[in-house]
Design a protein around this ligand. Structure first.
Ligand code: RET
Length: 275
């Protein structure tokens, strides 16, 4: 029998649990998580209240997708706060690092809702909506793989590159295809879509930037508790814009303009029935 002699590292569940518990007890990190739970709780109630008068079925579909965004977000952040979706990854060259991997997991559910709301607003067809959602989910899952990879540093960045390639497909649909679709919609819809498109593009680009600079990537803000808290705060701020402000603009539009769909968005290629 080979008996290990010091120095050796025991990586067991207990040690990882201790690291996670210590990380989550940091006030700066915890506040970045709780702020989101509180804000999204308010959003959930506010959007449900504001949206109560929306009667058109197509507009209600956009509303449900939009209200789903804070709903997923609350669950996501509670998962992080509970430590359920927080773990320890051995990053080559750096050692044991706490990762809030639940973020990447729950983006798989929240980001498609954002895209569904935007695509339906633009009056796009099923093919383009499906393309955006499929590549968006692929982006999130490969982003999760990037964060969890410990075999080699270059492999983490290979996953990052793959995820970014998928992201470019999403951006193409958002910036090239959907603006074409929205061109034959009401001017008020075009204006709103234009604002949401810019908000989404600018803020979404921020996520891979935070990943690359934060604790999963180059760790420019440090590797310890401060680095983790700084990274988490940046994600929280992006979330406030990409989810709360985004959804608020959309719900406010639906509630005040009360748009009614005369032609079903997903059936736009079909010939209009003769009167
Ligand atoms: C990762 C890392 C790998 C490369 C890329 C990424 C992109 C993430 C994005 C996330 C958007 C999240 C939103 C969440 C709201 O709930 C996974 C960070 C490209 C674009 C909007």
């Amino acid at each position: 029998m080979v008996v290990p002699t010091p120095p050796f590292t025991v990586v067991g569940p207990l040690q990882a649990d201790d690291l996670v518990a210590e990380a989550l007890s940091n006030a700066l990190l915890a506040s970045s998580l709780w702020l989101n739970v509180a804000l999204m709780g308010v959003a959930l109630l506010l959007f449900t209240y504001l949206g109560r008068g929306v009667t058109d079925e197509y507009a209600r579909l956009i509303l449900v997708a939009t209200i789903g965004i804070p709903a997923v977000s609350i669950a996501s952040y509670l998962g992080l706060i509970s430590g359920l979706t927080v773990g320890v990854v051995d990053i080559p060259g750096r050692g044991e690092s706490v990762t809030l991997w639940g973020r990447y997991l729950t983006w798989t559910f929240s980001t498609p809702l954002i895209l569904v709301a935007l695509g339906l607003l633009a009056g796009t067809n099923v093919t383009k909506l499906f393309t955006a959602v499929v590549f968006d989910v692929a982006m999130c899952v490969t982003g999760l793989a990037a964060a969890m990879t410990s075999r080699a540093l270059w492999l983490r960045w290979a996953w990052f590159a793959l995820s970014t390639a998928f992201f470019l497909v999403v951006l193409y649909v958002l910036l090239v295809e959907w603006p074409r679709d929205v061109a034959d919609q009401d001017p008020s819809v075009q204006r709103l879509f234009g604002r949401l498109k810019y908000l989404t593009t600018v803020l979404w680009v921020g996520y891979p930037v935070v990943w690359a600079l934060g604790t999963e990537g180059l760790a420019l803000f440090g590797t310890g508790a401060t680095g983790l808290a700084a990274t988490s705060w940046l994600y929280t701020l992006l979330d406030v814009g990409a989810k709360f402000v985004f959804a608020l603009l959309l719900v406010r539009f639906l509630a005040t303009e009360r748009p009614v769909v005369t032609r079903h968005g997903l059936d736009r290629e079909r010939a209009e029935p003769a009167d």
